[in-house]
Each structure stands twice: as C-alpha cells, then as structure tokens.
Write a protein that binds this ligand. Sequence first.
Ligand code: F0G
Length: 408
Amino acid sequence: MKMWLKCISCGKEYPPEAKIYTCPSCNSLLDVVLDYAEISNNVSWSLFKARAFKVWRYREFLPIEKDEYIVSLGEGGTPLYRCDKLAKWVGIKDLYVKYEGANPTGSFKDRGMTVGVSKALELKAKVVACASTGNTSASLSAYAAKAGLKCLVLLPAGKVALGKLAQALMHGAEVVAIKGNFDDALKLVIKLSMERDVYLLNSVNPWRLEGQKTLAYEVVDQLGFVPEYVAVPMGNCGNISAIYKGFKELSITGLADATPKMIGVQAEGAAPVVEMLEKGLNTLRPIEKPETLATAIRIGNPINWPKAINAMRESKGIAIKVSDAEIIEAQKAIARLEGLGVEPASAASVAGLKKLVEHDKIPRDAQVVAVCTGHLLKDPEEVVEVSEKFKEIEASMDELEKIVLAKL
Ligand code: F0G
C-alpha cells in the first residue's frame, strides 16, 4: 500500500516510517497521503458491504501495511438514527444522529486508536502516551492494554469526567494529573514524545485521524447518499478534519458524488476557532482560560485548527458556538425525545444546529447528520447536577401517591 506524510503548509513529504508528528521543516501539521488512483481501482460499495460493518470494512483506505499489526476491539459500525422528534425540536426536516457512544470505550476515539495503536506496533513503539480531556485517555489505555503496550496519560487536574477517569485507571494506564488545563498537558506530552522514545497518540498524530475518517464512509454507507450538512463538536479539532477528509476520499475515488458542508460547534467559553471564522482572522487567538461544563471540549488552543478551518471553508460550512445552557437543553432533548444518552460535548452538535436554524443559517428542509461523539455515562456527575432533584420517601403507598403519582 503506497502512503506517505505531507506537510499541509510547505508541502514537504516524508516516508511513513518517520516517527514524526509535525513537519520537521516548518513545524506545521502533517497529513497522510494515499495513492487514490490505485485505491479507486480496488474499492466498491459491494466489496465493502460484503464485510462486517466496522472500521476495518474500509481496509483499502486504512494505512496499516500488514494485518498482523492490527489492534482492534471491534470499533465503528455505530448506529445512525433517524430522529424525527429531535428534528422537529431543532426545526429541520431530516435529522440523523451518528451515535458514537456505541463504540467499545464509548466514544469516537476508538476509530482513531485502532489505527493509531496499530501504527505504534508497526513502528515498534513500546510506550504510548497522550494528553486528554478524558475520552482519548480512556480509549488509548484500552487499546494499549489490548496491544500489550505501556500507556501514559496526562489529564488536566480536576477537569476529567469520572467515567473516563475510571476507564483509564481500570485499563492500567499510568495516570498523571497536571496542574493546568488540557493545552498545558498537550504541550508537555508533545515535548516528551520529541525527547524520549514515547509514541504520541493525540490527534496531532495524522495516522490516528485516518481511523476517524471512517465515520464519513459509514454515514454514506448507511444513508445511501451524502447528507447536505454534517455537524461535529470541536475541541482539539481533529475529528471534524478527519470526517471531512473521509467524505473527500469517497468523492475522489468515485464512491460519492458530493461532499457535505461541515458545521463545527464549540462551547462559548472555548471557541477560538469559531471566533477566527466569524472575524475572518488568519491565525488562531488561543483562549488562555477555556471554560465549559462540556469538559471534553474545554480546549483553548486546538492544535488542529488549520485543518478544521480548511474543512469548514472548503466545504462552505459554518462554525457556531453554544452556551452551556444550550448544551444541557440539547442533551436533555436527545435523551428524552430519542432515548439516546450522550455526554455534554456530544450534545453541542445538536445545540449548534438548533441555533443555526433559529438564525436562518441553514434551511429548514436540510438533510443533516449530527455526530454525537460520546456516551452519557462518561460524565454521570454532570447528569446528576443538571437533572431535576429526585425525592426520597418512606416505603409507603400513601406517600408514593401523595408525592409522586399525582404528578404522573
Ligand atoms: N466530543 C467528545 C466527547 C470528545 O471527547 C472530544 C475530544 C470532542 C468531541 C472533540 O473532538 O478534539 O477531535 O475536536 N476529546 C479529546 C480528548 C480532546 O482528550 O478526549 P476533537
């Protein structure tokens, strides 16, 4: 399989075995390039549909040389729900939710880790590491366990949801809390990966994003057409870039005839990319102290911003920010109208859509896919905090009738 790394700014190319994360020449982001002419000759929907509905169904697009290196927990193949009640709530005609909470560790990160950790084995790494707002660490620690690799995770102290922390601890990662935010932890782990023999698996690693692009293939596989819009919550901005790349690859190889407009949603207190697009800036102005209850996307200096900006500009998409109150409202609507439990960051995509419709930024007859990135149980403390208080009563029918049944 022909593949190489290419700098998105200066265009320099590097061989796939180079253990690099950014361009050694200009320090910009790297992208994985595949031989699409060759892939076009080898792929078809009928070939894919004959295989299990999982990430590796799309093997020809996934840059791992030999099958023996593949580390998999059966990720991908997540449901795409048609959500008519939620669509009405949002104010659009056709809304689908891609439910990434159904992945093995409960978030979309597993799509990236199956490829990223396989690449780590291919490159003979012994130790893998990441900084994380939670889900990356949960996923990496599980895949590292499966692969037999040592795993180090750096987390912003006191700002990681309990479910995610529980996962990293139980899978046996070395868990370290950093006195600082995610951006501080990422800076530190990048330095560590440059100076020591530690393989970095944050989304700055372009191989990991190759796994995440499979969400796009799945959406077209499930719908049978390309939706007009795809809404994605943005934190470090890897996922929106990867998903857009997936759609582009389908188009390049003749498997689709269009690409969707990408909608990127950030939380108000951590929205530097939205600000950039709104103000037409050429570079990112990092937020020193990002704050939001959606801790997964509590990021002030997203490393993949150039790729995300490109995805939104090139696709004629939109960026929008939403308040914590709007996120909670959307999280409740998704759970109560559709029976889908998602964590706050995931609900940002739906909250963003509602706001865009209200501001007439997307048409009401649009066909839209909202990506809901992580499971409700990731952040049980937030759920208790934002839910109605429940009553404790004596175990008597009288009390039950007086206090509860009258309400039903
Ligand atoms: N949704 C959830 C549930 C996430 O955990 C993240 C990122 C995102 C959305 C945003 O994705 O960073 O690719 O733009 N979580 C990372 C982590 C940062 O460390 O778990 P992104």
